[in-house]
Design a protein around this ligand. Structure first.
Ligand SMILES: *[C@@H]1O[C@H](CO)[C@@H](O)[C@H](O)[C@H]1NC(C)=O
Ligand SMILES: *[C@@H]1O[C@H](CO)[C@@H](O)[C@H](O)[C@H]1NC(C)=O
Length: 333
């Protein structure tokens, strides 16, 4: 009896190890962006700029979209510098507030396609995070996050999708966050918008698959970008302590993975073991692209639910401790 239990256990561990090796070390066939037009929103800094630089190295024509012309100009030069073949590639920028008004976005992107060629790959990286407890989140901050994170992404995709469908090819990337999988103290507004992006990505993945257009949802952890530095300034202590447990990654690591997963046609793009565990636990009824991933999910979900609950208990403790310390300080004043 115990022997059989041992055999089953060893087999279980072996299968998972093999699947993990494939997951992390297998190089799938990638589509090419050479000579194609790649558009990156939020392309003047952070993850977006890194994606644009990678696309430049792969021979694409690139347009970056953001608001600040000075930053766009600087980023454009940096991207030009990375081009594989400077004579045959074009790099342009568009100063546009993508979340403000749909008609503006539609017109700007239609005009852009006339001058720069049809968009093959749209990478939505524009986003912002203004953390704070729900009572400290101003209606203005909430509005800003909804407009940039959700509406901006929705508008850009809506504006290009018809021409993409007509050409029967295309790649769309939405940049969400690990915070699309669990609510976190201090992120009520941010999480709401990032959860929404998952709903958007899953819906359009279903709509666009028959048209040979792939949809990828990137789920970065805390990333070392200028945006993150600003976010840190208003972040509640609890939020800092909770997110510390998953570390800080470099934007080029996220961008590299995003680019590879998008061109491989994978739905989820994540980095690190934390990302893998979250995606595996939270796969739900997300789009299916690989038997290997499916097997890992089936084998690991139950166990990971327990790991998840341990994390929650740990987070609750952090929050309670912060509250007690605050109360004590108040009394001693
Ligand atoms: C990319 O830019 C080059 C140089 O301007 C141009 O010849 C080519 O047609 C462009 N490709 C696309 C897909 O627009
Ligand atoms: C699908 O798109 C890829 C490029 O993304 C292209 O190479 C391929 O020919 C397309 N397939 C069909 C059936 O249109």
């Amino acid at each position: 009896m115990t022997v059989w239990l041992g055999v089953v256990l060893v087999a279980f561990v072996l299968i998972i190890a093999l699947l993990m090796i494939k997951q992390f070390f297998w190089n799938p066939r990638l589509k090419s962006v050479k000579n194609k037009h790649v558009v990156v929103t939020g392309g003047s800094s952070g993850i977006g700029k890194c994606v644009a630089i990678i696309a430049a190295k792969h021979g694409a024509n690139i347009t970056i979209i953001a608001r600040d012309v000075q930053k766009l100009e600087t980023a454009k030069n940096e991207i030009l510098h990375a081009c594989e073949n400077k004579d045959a590639q074009r790099v342009e920028y568009l100063s546009l507030d993508i979340g403000a008004n749909y008609e503006n976005v539609e017109k700007a992107l239609a005009d852009l396609e006339k001058t720069m060629g049809p968009i093959y790959m749209l990478v939505n990286c524009a986003g912002t995070a203004i953390p704070g407890k729900i009572e400290d989140t101003t209606a203005d901050s909430l509005d800003k996050m909804i407009h940039i994170n959700l509406l901006g992404t929705y508008y850009c995709i809506k504006a290009v999708v018809q021409r993409m469908k007509a050409s029967r090819e295309g790649v769309i990337v939405l940049t969400s966050s690990q915070a699309a999988f669990l609510g976190i103290f201090g992120y009520s507004a941010y999480c709401s918008t990032k959860f929404a992006l998952r709903g958007l990505a899953e819906s359009i993945a279903m709509e666009l698959r028959p048209y040979n257009i792939s949809v990828t949802l990137s789920l970065p952890p805390d990333t070392d970008t200028p945006g993150f530095a600003v976010e840190e300034l208003s972040k509640p202590l609890e939020t800092k302590l909770i997110s510390q447990s998953s570390g800080l990654v470099k934007p080029d690591v996220v961008a590299e993975q995003l680019f590879k997963d998008a061109l491989a046609g994978k739905f989820f793009s994540f980095v690190g073991v934390e990302g893998f565990l979250l995606v595996t636990l939270c796969a739900g009824i997300s789009p299916f692209n690989s038997i290997c991933d499916l097997l890992l999910q089936v084998l690991l979900m139950g166990l990971l639910r327990i790991v998840g609950v341990f994390h929650l208990v740990f987070f609750d403790k952090i929050i309670l401790n912060c509250m007690k310390t605050r109360d004590k300080n108040k009394k001693s004043e």
